[in-house]
Design a protein around this ligand. Structure first.
Ligand SMILES: Nc1ncnc2c1ncn2[C@@H]1O[C@H](COP(=O)(O)OS(=O)(=O)O)[C@@H](OP(=O)(O)O)[C@H]1O
Length: 380
């Protein structure tokens, strides 16, 4: 008799814990179902909203290809990369695709500078979607910050994945990083320009990843090679062999027309609202500041010059059809802009749900991330 009471308590406790976990899970699943339902109601069959200016492309690639769902996107820093990420999240969400997310990083799933090798413990990541055993290979999309390493990422991605990234004019990218990551902290000066000069003349940049040549660092150049022109050029050459497309942020819509062709997507799939826009006025770049930045960020400038050239070579080869496609894409974009005038602020929405509007979903990089993360998380 004496043992019965504690046993009853233990049994009751177990039931309560299991019941609580079940309800918590139902709650999460409900959120996702409600969101999916509202998404479907507001969407056309491919998961996008209907545009009044929906157009077929002029270029004839559509007939020769089928849409690509396997994409390794290397998210670089301060390059407009979040805007591209939100496009990929929206596409993957509506098609139930699996994403590479770092399990421990619940805020955004980024891997960042953690070295990932073929032997890294896969439990660091969320498994691919599915009901059976946890699998850590055969992902459809990776869109988080990670240092580019194609042979390693090939062991994660579905075979045949397209490799893409985005880069930006290294002068404006450096200023964006300088302000966003507060690299000016502790540097005295009356203007951003003065502080930037001091930053570039000092050694503070050595302590982090964001201050110098950060685009090529994201794309796999070691800091120890910043002054080694041969290594820099070798890396750029490797990237041209390994990347299917390098987007240029300064020609965002032009780049997206090329991406549309690479992925065989529709204009609507690629419609976007600008993410992470800095509201502060952008400081001017004087000729002397630019000259200093060119020396300081030499590797990134070489990278930019190379891929800017190849982007325009690709465009030149297409002739009239490209410009007609661009005009049509701009019409779709105009519609998004009119319908979502304040779209950059909606990313503050905590979680995509039934009240998510057209604009929430178009801007919903972070919002959609949370939904995608919840959808993929399970114990392994
Ligand atoms: N479509 C488009 N075209 C041009 N520029 C764009 C676009 N989308 C985002 N941005 C600008 O990119 C900067 C933010 O970059 P990221 O999203 O890569 O930043 S982060 O590394 O993820 O924090 C940020 O730059 P700054 O405003 O100069 O800081 C954004 O304004």
């Amino acid at each position: 008799m004496k043992t019965e009471k504690p046993l009853t308590y233990v049994v009751l406790l177990c039931f309560s814990v299991v019941g609580f976990m079940y309800l918590a899970n139902i709650d999460e699943q409900d959120d996702i179902h409600i969101f999916m339902k509202s998404w479907e109601e507001k969407s056309s069959s491919n998961g996008n909203f209907r545009f009044s200016s929906s157009h077929e492309p002029v270029s004839d690639f559509k007939e020769k290809c089928s849409p690509i769902s396997n994409i390794m996107y290397v998210k670089t820093h301060k390059t407009g990369s979040t805007t591209i990420q939100s496009i990929l999240y929206r596409y993957g969400f509506s098609r139930n695709l699996s994403f590479v997310f770092r399990r421990q990083n619940k805020k955004n799933g980024h891997i960042r500078y953690t070295a990932v090798t073929k032997d890294s413990p896969r439990k660091m990541f969320l498994p691919v979607l599915g009901n059976g055993n946890c699998s850590f290979a055969g992902y459809n999309i990776s869109a988080v910050h990670v240092v580019h390493n194609r042979p390693v990422m090939e062991t994660f991605m579905n075979p045949g994945a397209k490799y893409i990234t985005i880069i930006r004019n290294p002068a404006s990218q450096l200023i964006s990083a300088f302000l966003f990551f507060h690299l000016y902290r502790g540097i005295k000066g009356n203007s951003t320009e003065e502080k930037l000069f001091k930053f570039m003349n000092g050694t503070k940049w050595r302590r982090g990843h964001y201050g110098r040549n950060s685009q090529l660092v994201d794309l796999g150049l070691s800091k120890s090679n910043f002054d080694n022109d041969t290594k820099i050029k070798e890396r750029i050459q490797q990237l041209s062999e390994q990347m299917d497309l390098v987007l240029i942020s300064d020609y965002f819509e032009e780049s997206l027309v090329l991406l549309k062709q690479e992925l065989c997507w529709s204009f609507e799939d690629l419609a976007f609202t600008v993410q992470n826009n800095r509201s502060r006025q952008k400081p001017p770049i004087s000729p002397s500041l630019l000259e200093k930045m060119r020396k300081f960020n030499k590797a990134d400038f070489l990278l930019y010059e190379h891929f800017n050239r190849t982007l325009w070579d690709k465009i030149a080869k297409q002739g009239h059809a490209f410009w007609e496609d661009l005009r049509k894409f701009k019409q779709v974009q105009e519609e998004v802009r009119l319908r979502c005038p304040n779209s950059t602020s909606v990313q503050k929405l905590k979680h995509a749900n039934e009240s998510s509007t057209f604009c929430d979903q178009y801007a919903g990089g972070l919002t959609l991330f949370k939904t995608l993360f919840k959808r993929q998380i399970r114990k392994c």
